[in-house]
Design a protein around this ligand. Structure first.
Ligand SMILES: [Zn+2]
Length: 149
């Protein structure tokens, strides 16, 4: 038997995970929305059209599995802030805002939407323990947040 080349096996792994990702995306959103009762984990906003099922670790990353435990329901602004590491979530579910933003003075979105969430626990977490964010995945993301500051 001829061994499969590392490139081929890498490509095959990529294709399989890409296919899984595509298949699981809509289902994941539904699961995350149900688990968080269609509310933003950070601010509790409850309008489905303004909410995303965010990945804790991006699905481009090997650890970024399509699982509710790698998901968070977040409003558009908190999702974007999380993805660019303006907003971090520690493994014990406390929200942190990047230092330079905390020192900035601006309108209500910055004041209430971001700065006032600093040091607060997530407002919404799934009732089922088995659906809560995986602390190890949060730790991976939190490390990136800390090094981005
Ligand atoms: Zn929010």
């Amino acid at each position: 038997m001829v061994p499969i080349s590392p490139i081929k096996s890498h490509l095959r792994r990529y294709l399989i995970s890409e296919t899984k990702r595509r298949l699981h995306q809509p289902a994941l959103r539904a699961t995350v929305m149900r688990a968080y009762e269609t509310r933003c984990a950070v601010c509790s906003l409850g309008h489905s059209s303004l909410l995303d099922a965010a990945h804790i670790v991006p699905d481009s990353d090997e650890a970024g599995v399509a699982s509710v435990r790698n998901g968070l329901a977040m409003c558009k602004i908190h999702h974007a802030a999380f993805d660019v590491h303006i907003l971090g979530i520690s493994p014990d579910l406390v929200v942190e805002i990047r230092q330079d933003l905390l020192e900035e003075i601006d309108g209500p979105m910055l004041e209430h939407g971001l700065k006032e969430r600093h040091g607060q626990k997530l407002m919404v977490i799934p009732a089922l323990r088995s659906e809560r964010p995986d602390p190890e995945l949060l730790a991976l993301s939190y490390k990136k947040f800390q090094s981005a500051g």
